[in-house]
Structure formats: structure tokens, C-alpha cells
Design a protein around this ligand. Structure first.
Ligand code: CA
Length: 228
């Protein structure tokens, strides 16, 4: 059974979440302060983290940033503020989803299921040899991409993005199509998230070849990849 770590300082909210998640067959751990969460996750894995933005000791955003340096565990934020800033900031620092308080615990459980389905490893095709496209070498089995012979240190989303662009070099993909490739629902606001993943992907490619710029921006349309 998937294990969900809940970091929330309000016991009443945590209780309703624990109840809703356990009724759906999840196991749960509840922590009421952020400081314990990183240490907890170092000791044992969780399949998903539900993280309150307003914690007494550390902001949920800050905790997520620190977590992302060491872990790709899916994160869902609980936020009290229904603002665009929260949503965009939350997604840019690597969260997978967010809900605004007050929320329906059943809806949270449904979203948790959806995220876990999205991030589940896809069944491997019979044979997926490493394939070379120009300076890129994609190895789906190892979930690795080499660029000009150097292994790129990519996040899950960056890998999927580059994999999608590599599937059809020179083709212009809209942000919506790229979101599809990530398995993220195309909703308003999420599209800027693609821009931030592209930005960090470009930075990583630049570390290998400073002037090559293989990812092209097409204003108002989207992005394409050149095999340079
Ligand atoms: Ca709180």
C-alpha cells in the first residue's frame, strides 16, 4: 500500500486527511512540524508528501525546496491562500499539485491517487536500446540522457520533456503538448511551469556546451529541439 506522509500543524485537518486516505487503502504518517519531515524521509521512503504551506517552524515552500535537492517524491501542497502566486511558486519549486483550504478530504485522496498513477513507472517495452539522435543519447531503461557524451543530471520532469522533444527533432511542441508528455493536466497557470523546466533544462545543457542552444523558443507556439 502506498505510504503518504502528511506534514500539517493543525490536528483537525490532519485527522480528516488521515481518515480519508486510510479509507482509500493508503497508510499514513502525520508530522506536525516541518523540521521532522526531512529527517523522517531520510530514514524511510514515502510515496507522496502532503505538505502544509503554513507550518510553525519552516514554510512548506522552503521545505519543498530543500527536499527537491535530495528527492523526487511527489509533493502536494495544502495552502490557505487562493492566490496565483502560491500556485505558480508551488509548481515552480517542484510540487506536483496543490489544494486550497478548506478542501474536501475525499478530493485530496482522489488527487493523491491521480498523482501516484501519473508518476508510476510506465511499463517497459520489450526492447528499449539506447538510441542516439545527433549529440543526444537516450537510454529509456536507465532513464538517462547523455549530451555530447556527458550524462545529464535531470529531474523526472526534465527527462520527460527532453525525451518528448527528442522524439521529433525540429518539430514545434506547444506547451500543452509538453504538459501532456509530463502527465500534468493542462490548466491555466501550469503552462508557465513548462517554461521554468525548459529554463533549467537549458542551463544544464549549457553546462555541457555553452553556445549550442539546442532548445529553440517559438514565440506564442512553444518549443522545438535541434540536434546541435
Ligand atoms: Ca498550518
Amino acid at each position: 500500500m502506498p505510504h503518504i506522509l502528511i506534514v500539517e500543524d493543525e490536528a483537525a485537518i490532519a485527522d480528516t486527511l488521515v481518515y480519508a486516505l486510510q479509507s482509500e487503502g493508503f497508510t499514513t504518517t502525520w508530522l506536525s512540524v516541518g523540521g521532522e519531515a526531512l529527517a523522517w524521509l531520510e530514514q524511510q521512503p514515502a510515496d507522496l508528501l502532503i505538505l502544509d504551506v503554513g507550518l510553525p517552524d519552516i514554510s512548506g515552500f522552503e521545505l519543498c525546496k530543500r527536499l527537491r535537492r535530495v528527492s523526487e517524491v511527489p509533493v502536494m501542497f495544502l495552502t490557505a491562500r487562493n492566490g496565483e502566486i502560491d500556485r505558480v511558486v508551488g509548481l515552480e519549486i517542484g510540487a506536483d499539485d496543490y489544494v486550497v483550504k478548506p478542501f474536501s478530504p475525499r478530493e485530496v485522496a482522489a488527487r493523491v491517487k491521480a498523482i501516484l498513477k501519473r508518476v508510476a513507472p510506465r511499463p517497459l517495452p520489450e526492447v528499449t536500446p539506447a538510441s542516439a539522435s545527433g549529440p543526444f543519447q537516450l537510454d529509456e531503461d536507465k532513464v538517462q540522457i547523455h549530451y555530447r557524451g556527458q550524462l545529464l543530471n535531470l529531474t523526472r520532469h526534465e527527462f520527460r520533456l527532453l525525451q518528448q522533444l527528442l522524439a521529433r527533432p525540429e518539430r514545434v511542441f506547444s506547451r500543452e503538448q509538453l504538459l501532456d508528455a509530463l502527465g500534468v493536466a493542462a490548466e491555466a497557470g501550469y503552462e508557465r511551469n513548462i517554461d521554468s523546466h525548459i529554463k533549467s533544462l537549458r542551463a544544464k545543457l549549457r553546462l555541457v556546451a555553452a553556445d549550442a542552444e539546442p532548445i529553440q523558443t517559438h514565440r506564442g507556439l512553444g518549443y522545438s529541439l535541434s540536434l546541435v
